[in-house]
Design a protein around this ligand. Structure first.
Ligand SMILES: [Fe+2]
Length: 359
């Protein structure tokens, strides 16, 4: 059953709305905007009916707060007004309400208006789901293209994807850059009500991780003889190999030149362009250091290096998991973000299992 919040300081209005809606919806009658924000911590409704004139936080102020929040901005809001006021109505739509209903309202009118809006939301959600699926398919095709060209790294993308999920989950659980990670996903996993539970981070990670699959897409532009050379690269060849980071950014830009690609592609671009930067500023392509390196690059650096070290490569034999953990520990504060290394050191035992899944 879909959930509706009705927020009104007038208990008669609350009862009227509840009577009108409770047959078809789960109704939360809330006496103030403060109550609404309290409830939002545990329940994300499909729609909010919000009275404008209320003491303390009025409807406009509450709406502004909702729209400024990444978590709640997409919840549809209908304003309930006590009088017909064209100026207030115009301002309300400008601020993002989907409807403006003047009191007193009849039960059938309220019910019909809500039904219509929720149907539209359903259509949008279905289309968004379809677009997300298509986007993921496209990412998989591109990721497979990279793997097929770069034969030496085998199923590197699959393995780093699994390890990335583990590391992001661990960071999230420990509150390490949790707010920043949450912001990575506002468009591919839209916070349309019902799309996913606010506390269910699995959808979020899936999309964040999916965008990391393009981190080496720039290798498409690297010549085969360099990509598949079995001896060590010469200095010149290494310089050419290094161009794959900026080349990756350029390719991702070219996928969605007009829209900018939304957060999903912005993330993909940051993964691609910054995964070879080092904490002490000695990495490439820009020599960024510390927190100037996007978080995407700092996370990717750990899973990328982990997988490279535990894998057989043309120029070296695979290191053991233990030896690799030691190398990453030694890179704390020089190669890698020290906070992320601490998280990795707590959960590194989960990495070998994830790698095995992708052999
Ligand atoms: Fe790379």
């Amino acid at each position: 059953m879909k959930k509706n919040f009705v927020v009104d300081d007038n208990s008669i209005n609350l009862t009227t709305a509840e009577e009108a809606l409770s047959q078809q919806y789960q109704v939360y009658s809330l006496k103030s905007a403060e109550f609404m924000f309290e409830y939002l911590k545990s329940v994300i409704p499909d729609l909010i009916l919000l009275n404008i004139q209320m003491p303390d936080i009025d409807g406009f102020e509450a709406l502004k707060r909702l729209k400024n929040s990444t978590q709640y901005a997409k919840i549809p809001v209908i304003f309930l007004a006590s009088k017909n006021d064209p100026a207030a109505e115009a301002l309300s739509f400008e601020m993002g309400v989907i409807d403006f209903i003047t009191k007193p309202f009849s039960a059938p009118l309220l019910l019909n208006r809500i039904k219509t809006h929720l149907n539209v939301e359903d259509i949008i959600r279905r289309r968004t789901n379809k677009l997300v699926k298509q986007q993921n398919n496209l990412i998989n095709v591109l990721a497979n293209m990279i793997e097929n060209r770069d034969k030496l790294t085998g199923r590197h993308i699959e393995r780093t994807t699994e390890c990335m999920k583990i590391l992001l989950n661990a960071m999230f659980e420990r509150g390490v850059h949790a707010d920043q990670i949450k912001e990575w996903e506002t468009d591919i996993t839209p916070s349309l009500p019902g799309f996913h539970d606010v506390n269910d981070m699995s959808t979020l990670f899936e999309a964040a991780v999916s965008s990391s699959r393009l981190h080496d897409i720039g290798k498409i532009a690297i010549k085969d003889f360099i990509l598949n050379k079995s001896e060590s690269l010469t200095d010149d060849e290494y310089e050419m190999m290094k161009t794959h980071a900026l080349e990756g950014e350029r390719i991702i830009d070219s996928i969605t030149p007009e829209s900018g690609g939304g957060i999903f592609f912005q993330n993909a671009k940051l993964f691609a362009g910054s995964h070879h930067e080092k904490w002490d500023g000695t990495g490439y392509p820009r020599g960024l250091s510390g927190t100037n390196i996007p978080l995407q690059g700092r996370v990717m650096a750990i899973v990328d290096v982990y997988d490279a070290l535990v894998s057989d490569r043309s120029c070296k034999k695979a290191f053991t998991h233990e030896k690799t953990v030691e190398i990453i520990r030694e890179g704390k504060g020089t190669y890698f973000d020290p906070q992320l290394v601490d998280v990795f050191l707590e959960i590194h035992n989960k990495f070998p299992e994830a790698e095995l899944m992708c052999q």
